[in-house]
Design a protein around this ligand. Structure first.
Ligand SMILES: [Zn+2]
Length: 391
C-alpha cells in the first residue's frame, strides 16, 4: 500500500501573487496563493493547512499518511482521535488509514499579529456573521474569499475573478480588506465540493495563521439539524468539527447556529452597514450575477418575500423575472421542503404570512412532488436544465 509523505512547505513568487506549496511525495502538490501584500501572513513554520487536506486525500485514495514536518499537537491529536472517525461516518466511501505524525509541536514562534477574520462571499450567512460582529463592536480585521471548488470547472479563473469582485464591491460598507485565496484543491480531490468544502475553506485560513488567530465560520445548519451521520454536505457537522480544527495559534468558532435563514435576513436588512448587495447564486454563467432561478436564488427571494421584504429583491435580483416565475418558484420550494430543512423554514414563514392563500400552491406542489419522483431520468435532466427552480 502506498503512502503520502508530507515533508514541509515552501513559497514561490508568481508576478503579483505569492504561492505556498506543499513539499510532498505520493500525491499531487497542493498550493494556496494570495496577493504578495499578504505574504507575511502565510504560515511557513507548520504544515497544518496541508495536513488536513492530505488527510482527506489519503482517505479518499486509501493510502496511509506520514507527516514529517512540524504540525500542531492539538490538531494532530484531533485528527488521530475524532476527526478521522467523523469523516468515515460522513462519507462512507472514504477509507480507514494509518496516520503518523513525526513532529507534533505545542510551542510555536510568536505570531507577527493576532487578528480576527471570517469568510465573505456576500451571501446570507457571511453577511450575518460580518454584521453580528459589527453590532457587537468587534468587527473582523480581515475577510477571506477563497477558491476551493465552488466556482465550477468552466472558465474557472474568470468565474473566480468576477465572484471575488462582486464580494469585494458588496463589502465596501465594512471598510475592511478582502483577502482572496486561490487554491488547486478542487483539481486534486475526487469527492464533490460539498462533501468536503469545510476543510477546504478551513485550510485557507490555516495557511494564513501567521497573523490570523481567530476565525469565525458561518454555520449553514441549525443546531437541531447538525450532527455526525452520512450526509452529502460536510457543513452538517460544523458545530462539532470546527473546534477540533483549532490549533495552538488559531481558534475556529462557528457562528450563526440557532438563527434561521429568515432570522438572518431580518437581521442583516436592519443593519446600517449592509450594502444591500447579496450574492447567493450557485450558477457559474458569465457574467456572474444572481440567476434568480437556482435553488439558492429561489430560496433567498422567497425568504425575503416571506418576511415582508419583497421590494428588496430588486437590489440584488431581476425583479421582473421573479414576478414572472413567482408561482413556479413557490411550487419548487414547497416540493423541496418535504426533505430540505432550509426550504422548510421559508415555507413555514410563507404559510404564516399568507395562510389560506397558499392552498393552491400547496396542492400543486404536492402533485408536482409525486410526478417528479416518477419522471424518466432523461426527461428530468432536460427539465432541470430548463427550469431549475422546479427541482
Ligand atoms: Zn442562482
Amino acid at each position: 500500500m502506498g503512502r503520502i509523505v508530507l515533508k514541509g512547505c515552501r513559497q514561490e513568487i508568481h508576478g503579483e501573487k505569492v504561492r505556498l506549496l506543499a513539499d510532498v511525495s505520493g500525491a499531487e502538490v497542493l498550493w494556496f496563493d494570495v496577493d504578495t501584500c499578504y505574504q507575511d501572513m502565510l504560515d511557513t513554520v507548520s504544515v497544518d493547512a496541508f495536513f488536513i487536506l492530505y488527510l482527506w486525500l489519503a482517505m479518499e485514495n486509501g493510502v496511509d499518511l506520514c507527516v514529517e514536518a512540524p504540525v500542531s499537537q492539538k490538531l494532530s491529536n484531533a485528527v488521530t482521535g475524532d476527526i478521522q472517525s467523523m469523516f468515515l461516518v460522513l462519507c462512507p466511501r472514504l477509507h480507514n488509514i494509518d496516520v503518523w505524525v513525526i513532529a507534533p509541536q505545542v510551542v510555536w514562534p510568536r505570531a507577527d499579529r493576532c487578528e480576527s477574520a471570517t469568510g465573505f462571499s456576500a451571501g446570507v450567512d457571511s453577511w450575518y456573521t460580518a454584521l453580528k460582529a459589527e453590532e457587537q463592536a468587534k468587527p473582523y480585521n480581515y475577510y477571506l474569499y477563497s477558491n476551493t471548488g465552488q466556482h465550477g470547472l468552466n472558465n474557472l479563473d474568470e468565474v473566480f475573478r468576477q465572484s471575488a469582485r462582486l464580494a469585494e464591491n458588496a463589502l465596501t460598507t465594512m471598510d475592511r480588506p478582502l483577502i482572496v485565496v486561490n487554491t488547486n484543491v478542487d483539481l486534486v480531490f475526487n469527492e464533490h465540493f460539498q462533501q468536503r468544502h469545510v476543510i477546504s475553506n478551513i485550510s485557507c485560513v490555516l495557511a494564513l495563521q501567521n497573523c490570523i488567530s481567530s476565525y469565525a465560520y458561518s454555520a449553514t445548519y441549525s443546531e437541531k439539524d447538525s450532527g455526525i451521520f452520512p450526509h452529502y454536505d460536510m457543513a452538517i457537522m460544523d458545530a462539532i468539527l470546527l473546534p477540533l480544527l483549532s490549533t495552538e495559534r488559531l481558534e475556529f468558532v462557528s457562528i450563526g447556529v440557532g438563527a434561521s435563514r429568515t432570522d438572518k435576513l431580518r437581521f442583516i436588512f436592519g443593519q446600517q452597514k449592509f450594502s444591500n448587495k447579496l450574492f447567493v447564486c450557485v450558477k457559474k454563467n458569465l457574467p456572474i450575477r444572481n440567476c434568480g432561478l437556482c435553488f439558492k436564488c429561489s430560496r433567498t427571494q422567497l425568504a425575503l418575500e416571506s418576511i415582508g421584504l419583497k421590494e428588496s429583491i430588486r437590489e440584488s435580483f431581476d425583479f421582473a423575472l421573479y414576478q414572472k416565475k413567482r408561482f413556479a418558484l413557490m411550487v419548487g420550494l414547497f416540493a423541496n421542503a418535504r426533505d430540505n430543512s432550509l426550504d422548510l423554514e421559508v415555507v413555514d414563514e410563507l404559510n404564516e404570512r399568507y395562510g389560506l392563500k397558499m392552498l393552491l400552491i400547496r396542492l400543486v406542489a404536492s402533485i408536482w412532488f409525486v410526478i417528479r419522483k416518477y419522471l424518466p431520468a432523461g426527461v428530468k435532466w432536460r427539465m432541470e436544465a430548463k427550469a431549475p427552480h422546479l427541482f
